[in-house]
Design a protein around this ligand. Sequence first.
Ligand code: NAI
Ligand SMILES: NCC(=O)COP(=O)(O)O
Length: 334
Amino acid sequence: MPAQPLAVSLGDPAGIGPEVVGKCWDYRARLDLPPFVAIGDPRSLAAVWDGPIATIDDPREADSAFDIGLPLLALASAEPDVPGVPSVAGAHCSLDSLELAVGLARSGSASAVVTGPVSKVQLYAIGFSHPGQTEFVAERCGVSSSNVAMMLAGPTLRTVPVTTHIPLADASSLLSTSLIEARARATLRGLQRNFGIADPRLAIAGFNPHAGEGGALGREEIEIIIPAIDNLRAEGWDVTGPHPADTMFHAAARARYDAALCMYHDQALIPLKALHFDEGVNLTLGLPIVRTAPDHGTAFDIAGLDRAEPTAMAAAIRMAASCAAQRAANLHRA
Ligand SMILES: NC(=O)C1=CN([C@@H]2O[C@H](COP(=O)(O)OP(=O)(O)OC[C@H]3O[C@@H](n4cnc5c(N)ncnc54)[C@H](O)[C@@H]3O)[C@@H](O)[C@H]2O)C=CC1
Ligand SMILES: NCC(=O)COP(=O)(O)O
């Protein structure tokens, strides 16, 4: 019996999500992709991609349909979307496809969820109250958003921000020892559960230049970060830091840890995207389901121009399949 397919939401219909998902189907053999079912508006696919669409009603049909066309569970946007021109109808459609994809994974009809890029500002405009898809999926899974970790993963680096989509001016006041510990535990357990790393090594960044220079350049390290590191070590985890962020991402430093825990969004995402933009994957740790996404956004500036690279979406699909397989193997061994 074939494994359940991966559920791939197309994201904002006016962004590059439909194009990169279509291209993943085109290059499925070369990109080594398992069967997946796309979820979204067929018109958004047809507007940017001329491949065959195999509309299905049940994810169980995806496996046999995959050789014929891109399996699609169709959702209609209230209005057809124009590539590069985000709309209210498109924002609703992106949310509906996300909701359906997560529901399929939660019910066991899909082996994992891969989410296409959405526009946060468009979602906020229709009343979306979560900072991003990460927190939405966590809520749907009944997990507190503090207990999940947004991991950005590439071939030579994995990073996790402690604070995520907030104004940078608020980052210091929102950092706490308990939040660092919660993100660190989600990361360490996630490395074990999804990547099969039995004894994961976590490097924790400082917040200030030179990790505070002994307090002369800021006290977050002394008052917030070091107590978290001490508590995590007392639990037996292999945790180091606080490391000056400017010297923890060169090649030799990266070889010394399995993931880097960073204090704010850009501290984590700049090194990852500088090194691995074309193959970076966003993986939510701490959930009962597997959820990945490409590291890039909606790229409205190039939507519909046939310039979108599908490699990060392909990496997200491959990682979702490999994490789901790793979790199944863990269960088998238990
Ligand atoms: N997982 C998600 O849903 C994410 C959503 N976003 C959202 O995307 C929107 C736009 O964000 P930006 O900061 O502009 O980042 P972006 O990743 O959409 O675009 C940044 C630059 O990279 C290019 N680019 C992105 N993906 C590409 C691809 N696959 N192939 C070729 N070029 C590519 C774009 O053309 C643009 O010049 C925002 O509203 C943000 O909220 C951003 C990151 C992740
Ligand atoms: N910068 C990462 C990003 O925007 C992804 O957010 P999410 O929607 O996956 O939570």
